[in-house]
Design a protein around this ligand. Sequence first.
Ligand SMILES: *[C@@H]1O[C@H](CO)[C@@H](O)[C@H](O)[C@H]1NC(C)=O
Ligand SMILES: *[C@@H]1O[C@H](CO)[C@@H](O)[C@H](O)[C@H]1NC(C)=O
Ligand SMILES: *[C@@H]1O[C@H](CO)[C@@H](O)[C@H](O)[C@H]1NC(C)=O
Ligand SMILES: *[C@@H]1O[C@H](CO)[C@@H](O)[C@H](O)[C@H]1NC(C)=O
Ligand SMILES: *[C@@H]1O[C@H](CO)[C@@H](O)[C@H](O)[C@H]1NC(C)=O
Ligand SMILES: *[C@@H]1O[C@H](CO)[C@@H](O)[C@H](O)[C@H]1NC(C)=O
Ligand SMILES: *[C@@H]1O[C@H](CO)[C@@H](O)[C@H](O)[C@H]1NC(C)=O
Length: 501
Amino acid sequence: MKELAVVVIVLAVQVLHVAAMHTNPFDVVRGCKQHHNVGSYDDALTYFPTASLQNVGRTVNSTYFKIAILGEKDGVIRLSRSLFPYDKDVIEILLGGWGNTKSTAKRQHRSASNRFTDTQLVEIQTPNLLSPFWPTMFVLQVFNNGTVLVGIDGQEHPFLSFNDSERIPPDYMAFTKCLLHAGSTAYSKYFKIAILGPNDGIIRYGESLFPYDKDVIEIVLGGTANTKSEGRVQHRTSMNNATNTLLEIIHTPKLLSAFRPTMFVLEVFNNGTVQVSHDGHGHPFLSFYDSKLIPANYMAFTIWNKDVIFFYDCPLETIKGCRQFDDVPGYNDTPVYFSTNTFRNVGRTSNSRYFRIGIVGANDGHIRFGRSAFPFDEDVVELVISGWSNTQSVARRQLRRRNQSFNNVLLKEASTPKLLHRSRPLVFRLEVFDNGRVQLTKDGERKPFFEYSDSQNAIPPDYMAFFKWDVDLIYFYDCPLNETGAGTAGEESVLLRCSLA
Ligand SMILES: *[C@@H]1O[C@H](CO)[C@@H](O)[C@H](O)[C@H]1NC(C)=O
Ligand SMILES: *[C@@H]1O[C@H](CO)[C@@H](O)[C@H](O)[C@H]1NC(C)=O
Ligand SMILES: *[C@@H]1O[C@H](CO)[C@@H](O)[C@H](O)[C@H]1NC(C)=O
Ligand SMILES: *[C@@H]1O[C@H](CO)[C@@H](O)[C@H](O)[C@H]1NC(C)=O
Ligand SMILES: *[C@@H]1O[C@H](CO)[C@@H](O)[C@H](O)[C@H]1NC(C)=O
Ligand SMILES: *[C@@H]1O[C@H](CO)[C@@H](O)[C@H](O)[C@H]1NC(C)=O
Ligand SMILES: *[C@@H]1O[C@H](CO)[C@@H](O)[C@H](O)[C@H]1NC(C)=O
């Protein structure tokens, strides 16, 4: 993730039902946590204030949208007249391009041979328009006469305006160049996508950004008046002719809801199996086999029905109140030690300190703690949580040198099969006693699943660092101590994230 610019795009489209409701369906979004391991994490992030839904919609001569973008640069929005704009023009608005210095709008004509010609419509300086730390809420207004205005929500005057002589209507909107990559296993890639709307949530994915004359997979969730779901291969010609080959169709009555986002997990296996399940349910409700092994390199969500909203590339469950650390260094990378003094949630007894920590990932959580922020040439404790293919945990006393060479003294080894999970957090209490005893206890359990004592060398948990071994991990640290359970998916977990390649 270090190399990728991460952009979060949130699209709020008018949902007619919202006004009639007492609870806000966007509560699910509001609980989101930001994916940056910096201070602003703690802010009560009102990414998607209810108010933001109330000024969205239509005027006599225009349509407007509110779109929040979180990211350091390159928020890209495309508007088009049709779902498959081959040999047609689209409008592409780039916000915070050129390293977050300029914004542009252009008309792009894309030919069947995947060439495109751009006609620049406007280019302006917009230094520091976007922020990776808080979302910027934009209002995009498209007039029927071709004038397009982009402003910052709450500001009177738009900062970007242009006239599109072709008057391309915003009938379809896409956030392009999204290389979604919510998670992967050795056998698959998987994505979390939430859909809010009465019917017809359509997800497409394929090998390339502009899959002309190529096959894509199209998954319709809650189609046919919210009664059926299907998976199909779609071949789209340059003439905008789509041929569908049905792979599977099943009854899924009332799958979608206009009032609550439904969170799905889409898993695309390397062997061609494609599965869609409800988040949190292990068993897929839709499963089909794509003999063409179309990879999910690019994904698009089509706003077929205007009342459908997609939340995509949702992170793995966020644990309420925890800080999240997802730019996790490798085993021999430069460590990032946190001073536990700065944690808000440290439990204390007369002879111990304890912390609540969560780990999401397939195997090998590595936690080190010690006396100093730069614990070189001094002992630290290293806990390996479910290493060796998620089977064993160990504790070591480790002396690590500046050149990253190290010596380990094994303190304890225990069998802990299947403790970690690639998409569900293991949440536990790490208790460090003054006398060198250390205990790890899962949420909801009384008996530690791992413990040892090293009374000759009690090492205090004044500083703590998190590492990964061979798979990506997300750590949640400084978690509230009294929280029961890990916060169920859907409650907290929707963050729209789109990594720009
Ligand atoms: C809408 O467009 C019509 C015709 O182009 C024009 O007469 C009218 O003033 C416009 N209304 C607004 C609010 O701009
Ligand atoms: C389109 O209509 C808007 C609002 O009425 C107006 O401000 C703008 O100048 C018009 N654009 C063109 C190209 O006529
Ligand atoms: C768009 O057209 C309107 C009406 O002709 C004009 O007033 C306005 O300056 C134009 N805007 C841009 C950005 O060219
Ligand atoms: C699309 O395909 C159908 C059936 O093959 C054909 O009749 C039609 O002319 C095609 N349309 C275009 C625009 O090529
Ligand atoms: C693909 O792999 C998954 C998971 O291992 C398995 O469930 C599925 O049956 C496999 N599909 C095919 C077509 O081999
Ligand atoms: C690292 O430093 C230690 C102690 O100074 C030395 O023994 C070891 O050879 C060094 N290792 C590497 C890889 O440079
Ligand atoms: C957690 O609960 C215990 C007992 O219910 C209470 O004494 C303690 O203050 C609580 N701690 C926090 C951080 O809320």
